[in-house]
Design a protein around this ligand. Structure first.
Ligand code: FAD
Ligand code: SF4
Length: 558
């Protein structure tokens, strides 16, 4: 995977949703780009286990595919919120302490970044969630409108091959989805009925998972292993979409297992280049006319904070906002068993969704939206080992009989809510924990405030009610962001905005001061949206920013 030239038109740090999209856009438009990726390459057919006897294993991490992180002490929990704690009927409370604890920042370091084990949801933001500060005094406003982003959503959906429903009442569309929505699973049909009995709508989810062949990728076979890595490549992870297209231009070069340790500045407020360590521990420097940072919302601020050797405030941190405004996944999940066989171990990870509470003012008494969707795969309940550990207790013949009787009977419902900035949620450099290259690791500070707790309570009540309505016997397990930090959607730590005093990059993702440096990943989000998955929005923002960069560069050089 490592190939090289002596100089490039741009260097891109990270190959996830932001970095992969930037690599495609620029190489497609004639730029020679180098992508530097800390993690390894995953071969879908060889590395993923869905078609082997090991199919139930978790995502097959490799050497270098996970980072080290520190977690600051988290807040004390209140007994008044004991109904919001995570538990399982066999293990009891999942957090046995009286403080919130970290289960971790869920990520993959590898070619394609966290999209390698994502569920494939491809969401646009609710336009109203982009003005949360003006309308409700929460987080910050986006520096451009939904309408300005819409053409880039269309482009991203077409490049990846997104399958979705014909109607979307909340997000105006100028073109239909390029692929037909997937047929809902039996579990989703049952949930849809339960939602309808509450006058709510469960509809087909929009997913970057092919319902019919697209370019050189086949349609999905509904094995439900999306979070374990898709061996067929129908799931639109960044390695098999943007990066595959970028490599075909023969202008996109990739170095894997190479960790960028710091950024060097040059004269006149310019970035000179980056220093990186390769997989054998050798240190290198590479100069670049343009630097595109896309290391994700935890690693990008870490790199900036660790880069400025002249002051302790970090590079590009003139506003003091690098690492601040950290937003995370705010989750509630309830898992139950039903008498009826559901076959819920098969299908798509998240094939349906309820958007009825996605507007910023649709949850009674609390600002900020949320959404609901089935979550058997996201709860890792698609195989017999997890059933034996978490659903059906016991041993021997009786246990075997129960396993035969109940396997595939789990119904699971999750809510994901808007996350807002709070002074207690930020990223800084850990004073003790180091990365494997002896750099200070990122330390995650996360705080759940009263508004967030109210959103979690709303989602808990709704999940329990809908599962009961669907005929659930007993709820046997619940997960909650109230007592456990476990985040797969991370945002906000290099916020974009028009005012350099309050933001790190401008609306084109360009550093306010260091004009040849761009940031294109989840870190630039001013607000999180109402529970939408962020991958498609990161791609759309990146396409918009790279178009502007390309056009400006073309005009300057002509
Ligand atoms: C289990 C799970 C399920 C998810 N499901 C969905 C979903 O269904 N839909 C959706 O839209 N989103 C989903 N997400 C979130 C989505 O995957 C992320 O939001 C998205 O991938 C973030 O893209 P990014 O470009 O910001 O960063 P990343 O994907 O994290 O990419 C950053 C890359 O930079 C590399 N890097 C970091 N530091 C350095 C360094 N110093 N030097 C070199 N390289 C570096 C990393 O190795 C990584 O590959 C899910 C995430 C998880 C974990
Ligand atoms: S369900 Fe479809 S997208 Fe998911 S892993 Fe299986 S084949 Fe791939």
């Amino acid at each position: 995977m490592n190939n090289a030239k002596s100089s490039y038109d741009a260097v891109i740090v990270g190959s996830g949703a932001g970095g992969g999209t930037a690599a495609w856009y620029l190489s497609h438009h004639g730029w020679n780009v180098l992508v530097i990726e800390a993690g390894p390459y995953f071969h879908p057919e060889k590395d993923y286990l869905a078609s082997t006897s090991q199919w139930e294993s978790l995502f097959p991490q490799k050497n270098l595919s996970q980072g080290n992180y520190g977690y600051a002490d988290m807040q004390q929990l209140s007994e008044a919120n004991d109904d919001l704690r995570s538990w399982n009927h066999i293990q009891g409370r999942l957090n046995k302490t009286d403080h919130r604890i970290p289960f971790g920042y869920q990520h993959v370091q590898g070619v394609g970044g966290s999209s390698l084990h994502f569920s494939g949801e491809a969401h646009r933001l609710n336009p109203r969630s982009m003005k949360m500060f003006s309308d409700y005094g929460l987080s910050a406003d986006w520096p451009f409108s939904y309408e300005e982003l819409e053409p880039f959503y269309i482009q991203a959906e077409q490049l990846v091959g997104v399958a979705g429903p014909t109607v979307d009442n909340l997000r105006p569309r100028s073109h239909p989805y390029p692929q037909k929505a997937h047929h809902p699973s039996y579990s989703s049909q049952l949930l849809k009925k339960a939602f309808a009995e509450r006058n709510l709508t469960l509809t087909e989810n929009s997913v970057a998972i092919l319902s019919s062949p697209h370019h050189d990728r086949p349609h999905c076979n509904y094995c439900n292993c999306c979070l374990k890595g898709c061996p067929r490549t129908d799931k639109g992870s960044i390695d098999v979409t943007y990066l595959r297209m970028a490599r075909k231009t023969e202008r996109c070069y990739l170095k894997t297992g190479c960790y960028v340790t710091h950024i060097e500045t040059g004269p006149k407020d310019s970035i000179k280049g980056i220093h990186y360590t390769d997989s054998e521990g050798m240190e290198h420097f590479i100069a670049t006319p343009y630097l595109i940072l896309a290391a994700g919302a935890v690693e990008t601020p870490r790199l900036l904070l660790a880069s400025d050797i002249t002051s302790s405030t970090g590079l590009a941190n003139e506003s003091g906002q690098v690492g601040k405004n950290f937003m995370e996944t705010i989750l509630w999940t309830s898992n139950a068993t039903l008498d009826a066989p559901l076959g819920s171990h098969r299908g798509l990870a998240v094939d349906s969704i309820c958007w009825d509470f996605n507007q910023p003012d649709s949850i009674p008494g609390v600002f900020g939206g949320c959404r609901f969707s089935p979550s058997v795969a996201e709860s890792d309940l698609i195989g017999p080992i997890s059933y034996a550990q978490r659903v059906i207790p016991g041993w021997g013949i009786q246990h075997k009989q129960q396993m035969r009787k109940q396997f595939g009977h789990v119904l699971s419902l999750s809510g994901i809510a808007e996350s807002h900035t709070h002074p207690g949620s930020f990223i800084d450099l850990d004073p003790v924990i180091k990365t494997r290259h002896n750099q200070p690791a990122a330390r995650i500070h996360s705080y759940v405030d009263e508004l967030t707790t109210k959103r979690i309570r709303f989602m808990a009540n709704m999940c329990r009610d809908i599962l009961n309505q669907a005929g659930a016997n007993t709820i046997f397990e619940e997960f909650s962001s109230y007592d456990i930090f476990s985040s797969s959607h991370v945002f906000g730590t290099c916020r974009m905005g028009n005012n350099p005093e309050h933001s790190v990059v401008n609306q084109w993702c360009q550093s306010h001061r260091w004009k040849n440096m761009y940031i294109v990943d989840g870190s630039v989000f001013p607000s999180s949206g109402g529970g939408e998955s962020p991958g498609l929005t990161i791609q759309a923002i990146t396409l918009r920013a790279m178009k502007k960069l390309h056009e400006t560069q073309k005009n300057t050089s002509s």
